[in-house]
Design a protein around this ligand. Sequence first.
Ligand SMILES: NC(=O)C1=CN([C@@H]2O[C@H](COP(=O)(O)OP(=O)(O)OC[C@H]3O[C@@H](n4cnc5c(N)ncnc54)[C@H](O)[C@@H]3O)[C@@H](O)[C@H]2O)C=CC1
Ligand SMILES: O=C(O)[C@H]1O[C@H](OP(=O)(O)OP(=O)(O)OC[C@H]2O[C@@H](n3ccc(=O)[nH]c3=O)[C@H](O)[C@@H]2O)[C@H](O)[C@@H](O)[C@@H]1O
Length: 430
Amino acid sequence: MDISIVGSGYVGTTIAACFADFGHTVTTIDIDEQVVDQLNHGTAPIHEPGLNELIDAYGGNRLQATTDYAAVRDTDVTFLALPTPSNADGSIDTSAIEASARTLGEALATKDSDHLVVVKSTVIPGTTEDVLYPLLNDAAGEETNQRIDVAMNPEFLSQGTAVTDFQTPDKVVFGTRTDSATELLTAVFEPLLAESEPALVDTGVREAEMIKYANNAFLATKISLINELGNLCKEYGVDAYEVAAAIGLDDRIGEQFLRSGVGWGGSCFPKDTRALIAAARDVNYEPSLLEATVEVNEKQPKRLLDLLKKHVDVSDRRIAVLGLAFKSGTDDIRGSRAKPTIERLQEHNADIVAYDPVATKHMQETFPDIDYAESAAAALNGAHGAVVVTDWDEFSALDEEFDQMADPVVVDGRRVITRKDDIIYEGITW
Ligand SMILES: NC(=O)C1=CN([C@@H]2O[C@H](COP(=O)(O)OP(=O)(O)OC[C@H]3O[C@@H](n4cnc5c(N)ncnc54)[C@H](O)[C@@H]3O)[C@@H](O)[C@H]2O)C=CC1
Ligand SMILES: O=C(O)[C@H]1O[C@H](OP(=O)(O)OP(=O)(O)OC[C@H]2O[C@@H](n3ccc(=O)[nH]c3=O)[C@H](O)[C@@H]2O)[C@H](O)[C@@H](O)[C@@H]1O
């Protein structure tokens, strides 16, 4: 099948590479010429395990990239994997996806066969059918004889494991208006459905849009709940990880996403929870639990520093921040809990030295005035305290490095530190 994909970020590039691997012919479209050049030269524009191998194998042949929307005319279906960031009030900014729908509609005006446009981006219920569908058809013009249909196919991959998550999902959701759209999507995903046998959810467009938000809201709330319980555990001298391990044995609860700590970040949980809260207010519904989910998350970095301040006066003291990425395995700092942690340390006039194996360059753009170390050892050397914000494996190997601290106070926000002897060690929820 001939597939086009608009947007070559985390989602667009991953699905492009995997669709090519299924045997489809794929054309990606992006406004960023550098991204297009990279793909055509067989290089992935983002860092994801396994992605470079696929792009290297198919880039420039079965997988072509362009900035020209005209390429969609030679394809049967177009996936939109465009950003849906937050407006100032938390609602989603649909400007990129709307602009793209207009350009896509204009390009499809001269296509003489049916075309399916599938929204992969995370959008509030109604966006695909009430906003994008009319835009596409208006831009395509009345005199065209082709029929444009729309569908919604939410994506559940996580950064750091994007390729394997996409190839072996728990479920695939088709939100469609017509049987022909369902049939076409089934043909696109046929190799994946045959190989991994995920649950197939065949539903309506609005339901598919809502399933994506509900999925992320549930996961974010699950983490906030274990963080709230974890905070309480700490007050009672109870280890929250022992409690989590036990409650996770109940199939109704499940063992995943029970790692308490300094909170959730990333490109999606923060924006999607805010978007759902804004959407709820739009329909005059007060989303109390979602608000509490966000509120608990905002509190965790403060708790981390309160624990540090119990042992150290941070003012004018060198404090090490270990980990800047929003989670291990990525250089992405969007929504990272390191940001509020650094801001709060700055408010207390700490002399901050930060370290991350891969995310330093990005954080330097946000905080150009703090020190950045080349290694965790260098960050800890002479520090009066350290906070751990990201669950990088290499932090669990730290040992003698703590002996080089001026005051060996370590507050762990991710339960990664294994050395406990001869240091003052505090876990955020244990
Ligand atoms: N990052 C993730 O792990 C996941 C993201 N999502 C959702 O998928 C959507 C895309 O997210 P990401 O891939 O992370 O975005 P991203 O920010 O990594 O990439 C977006 C790409 O779209 C391009 N672009 C922007 N406007 C364009 C236009 N008018 N025409 C062509 N290209 C354009 C940008 O240059 C960029 O390469 C969002 O709605 C997000 O919520 C869903 C599941 C997972
Ligand atoms: O919509 C999206 O973009 C994606 O958002 C998340 O994926 P991602 O943000 O890449 O990463 P996660 O592994 O979910 O971690 C998110 C945050 O939660 C934190 N987390 C996760 C799990 C846990 O037990 N505790 C915890 O604090 C992580 O440290 C991280 O800051 C979802 O897991 C994906 O299913 C979804 O597709």
